[in-house]
Write a protein that binds this ligand. Structure first.
Ligand SMILES: [Fe+2]
Length: 359
């Protein structure tokens, strides 16, 4: 399905907003932080929530209240954002990372000639609005990778403020204020921006990643990967199997080496630390870790990496590599066969990663 905004202006009658927030929810006030059944650390995010509490986060108002609490705390702790970011400019297309919450990234993708902007996962509407005003652009579309509040929480405020702004995402993911449901391979066109949605279920059932095509501006393509793929890591499989997640990771593995990876979180240092545990001899990982540590000493963002780099050190993209299979696989079965599928290896990696983080 094509989702063009012809030329450089926004027009047409938009669909009615199909998902509204409950009135009761809107009237509720934030509870005391101690009353939430998650945790109270500033570094706590949905990715730290124990699986048994996941349905509380996604299916009840506790999840929204938890998000509001984390938003308030992060704004107090990081008034200028958790990291210092650098925009990238390619022949009239600008990608601007915006640090939000404790470790999330939202993005503005801007056609600088038309002064049109697309926001990816604008979870802190205040921070994203400040960037929109600073850049002097019109927000015409929000691309939401998935329903989790730390990615979708700003949809309401921004779509109210920007009346013509469309909200895109998967209809399978209960995204707040969704106006334009997307399917796999649908393209959103805004000025010179051509952005393709790719279905990547596993973290959530309807998770989408967005691929900005570099050809129209003769620059590198850009992948906005939400919680599917991080620098040297991948998201937790909350709503799917290891096979589902592997298939989604293979979808992005098929993209070009030069594709820039713009992930949903700043997890690089921790992820590369884990990669060193499972693949200690990997020199590409070692070099990247040294660079990442220098960046983080000055609180500089580590975005973007490239998919070519990720192939060389990200263990979740390396389940086909004999070195990982030998290190983590169960070994030959009774009949002498390998017995360790890539999906089993991915599952084992995930378990080890969760243990590594909890130490
Ligand atoms: Fe998520």
């Amino acid at each position: 399905m094509d989702h063009s905004l012809p030329g450089s202006s926004v027009h047409g009658v938009f669909q009615a907003r199909v998902l509204k927030w409950g009135k009761a929810g809107r009237k509720r006030t934030d509870p005391s932080p101690l009353s939430l059944p998650f945790c109270n650390s500033i570094i706590c995010s949905i990715n730290d929530v124990p699986p048994r509490r996941y349905s509380l986060y996604t299916r009840t108002w506790l999840g929204y209240l938890f998000y509001r609490q984390q938003l308030r705390r992060a704004r107090n702790r990081y008034p200028k954002g958790h990291s210092r970011t650098q925009p990238r400019l390619f022949n009239g297309v600008k990608v601007l990372p915006i640090p939000v919450l404790a470790d999330n990234y939202s993005y503005l993708i801007i056609d600088t000639q038309a002064r049109l902007a697309v926001a990816v996962d604008p979870s802190d509407p205040q921070a994203v609005q400040a960037s929109i005003e600073k850049e002097g652009v019109n927000l015409v579309a929000i691309l939401c990778t998935h329903k989790h509040w730390d990615h979708s929480g700003g949809n309401r405020d921004l779509s109210r403020r920007h009346q013509d702004c469309r909200v895109y995402g998967s209809p399978q993911d209960s995204i707040p204020y969704l106006t334009h449901p997307l399917c796999h391979q649908d393209v959103v066109s805004v000025g010179r921006l051509q952005i393709r949605a790719l279905a990547t279920p596993g973290h959530t059932q309807g998770h989408l990643v967005y691929l900005l095509d570099g050809e129209p501006y003769e620059g590198p393509s850009c992948l906005f990967s939400g919680d599917l793929l991080f620098l040297s890591g991948c998201g937790r499989t909350f709503e799917g199997t290891a096979e589902t997640m592997l298939s989604s990771l293979d979808t992005v593995l098929g993209l070009g080496d030069d594709t820039l990876l713009w992930p949903g979180h700043e997890y690089a240092e921790e992820n590369l630390g884990f990669a060193g545990v499972v693949e200690p001899e990997n020199l590409a990982r070692e070099r990247k870790m040294q660079w990442v540590q220098r960046q983080r000493m000055e609180r500089k963002s580590t975005c973007p990496s490239t998919l070519g780099e990720e192939r060389s050190y990200n263990p979740f993209l390396r389940t086909h590599c004999p070195v990982l299979q030998e290190a983590l696989g169960p070994g030959p079965g009774p009949t002498g066969d390998d017995g360790c599928s890539r999906a089993q290896l991915l599952e084992r990696l995930r378990q080890l990663k969760d243990l590594h983080k909890s130490k």
